[in-house]
Design a protein around this ligand. Structure first.
Ligand SMILES: [Zn+2]
Ligand SMILES: [Zn+2]
Length: 345
């Protein structure tokens, strides 16, 4: 093969020898100015159409400049040395030294551009500003008040679940408000409502009901909003519940079920949350009293009723081992019931 320009023999690139080809070819170019958008609300930057977080404007300017390089067909950047010089708060001079590969040739080219920082609003912030939502998570209790601290704890859990999702920047809480009976949280998507309601139900032993309503049309398609109602159980950890005429201490609530301790035997067991929906709360932590022990035999323990100061004989579960001069008791329908010694509530 001959170079059509200088006539030299050897490998050719578009009919030219390496020397002539490199002498007449530029592999990369860039515009004089490149715009970089930063969201005025969340400070994320838009790089090649995608909104993401960067540690600094310089870092975002680097990525923007690199993304704005136009390459000759089949050429690729193998290495880039980039220097960013702030000119003022809006303009950043970016100098690049690029090593470019083209077929079996390697060429080094220098480019520079000014990255102009512009303020904008990302779609996520614009949705939040517009109170956009696709689902509502309603958290309610079953047959009991909903204390403020419990509500706060649950809202904290929801915020954590929204923030720590798949790494996508789309999920957000549009609004969270206390309403009569509970908590309403407006969420950015239906899938978010679905996954969070499921998690909450598992964490707190609740149940989920789903309902949807037509919210209008968007691009000719019907838009639905879905409400997820999470009903928290009547009982909480530390409560005493009656279920099928037996009394139990609730010692843990989780996705696998609720941990109960039978107060007649002090045996612990896991019951599915569904099976406990009919459980009735008969006492809470505040109803548990401390009683002085007067005497103890193999089957019974004699205590001083802390309310009436009467001596009462109490049946002792077989596994009961006393560790102090007092025991914890719960009075139910005139009867004194011993709590397990490990119970510290
Ligand atoms: Zn040549
Ligand atoms: Zn934003």
């Amino acid at each position: 093969m001959f170079c059509v320009k200088c006539g030299r023999e050897g490998p050719t690139y578009e009919s030219l020898c390496v020397k002539c080809f490199l002498g007449s070819t530029r592999f990369a170019k860039i515009r004089d100015h490149v715009d970089l958008f930063q969201c005025a609300h969340c400070d994320d930057f838009q790089i090649e159409g995608k909104w993401e977080e960067f540690g600094s404007v310089e870092e975002a300017a680097r990525e923007t400049a690199l993304g704005a390089v136009e390459l000759r067909k089949d050429a690729e950047i193998e290495d880039a040395e980039i220097e960013v010089v702030p000119k003022d708060s809006q303009n950043y001079l970016v100098r690049m030294r690029l090593t470019i590969g083209f077929q079996d040739i390697e060429a080094v080219e220098e480019l520079e551009t000014i990255v102009r920082l512009k303020r904008g609003i990302c779609p996520r912030c614009s949705k939040i500003k517009g109170s956009y939502y696709e689902s509502i998570l309603q958290v309610r209790t079953r047959g009991r008040p909903f204390p403020a601290e419990e509500m706060e704890r649950i809202l904290g859990r929801i915020e954590k679940l929204v923030g720590g999702g798949s790494g996508s920047r789309d999920p957000f809480i549009s609004k969270a408000e206390e309403v009569p009976g509970g908590l309403d949280v407006y969420l950015s998507s239906i899938s978010l409502g679905k996954s969070i309601s499921k998690e909450l139900a598992e964490d707190f032993g609740g149940e989920v009901k789903e309902s949807s309503s037509l919210a209008g049309q968007k691009d000719g398609k019907e838009m639905y909003r879905v409400t997820y109602l999470v009903r928290l159980p009547a009982y909480r950890v530390g409560d005493i519940v009656a279920q099928k005429e037996r009394l139990y201490l609730v010692s843990g609530i989780g996705s696998q079920g609720t941990r109960l301790t039978d107060l007649a035997t002090h045996d612990s067991m896991n019951i599915s949350n569904v099976d406990l929906r009919s459980a009735r709360v008969v006492g809470s932590r505040e109803d548990i009293l401390e009683a002085v022990v007067l005497q103890e035999s193999e089957r019974e323990i004699q205590v001083l009723d802390p309310k009436s100061y009467k001596t009462v004989e109490v049946r002792k579960p077989r596994s009961f081992k006393r560790s102090a001069d007092t025991v914890r008791i719960f009075k139910h329908e005139g009867e004194i019931i011993l709590l397990p010694t490990w119970y510290k509530g």
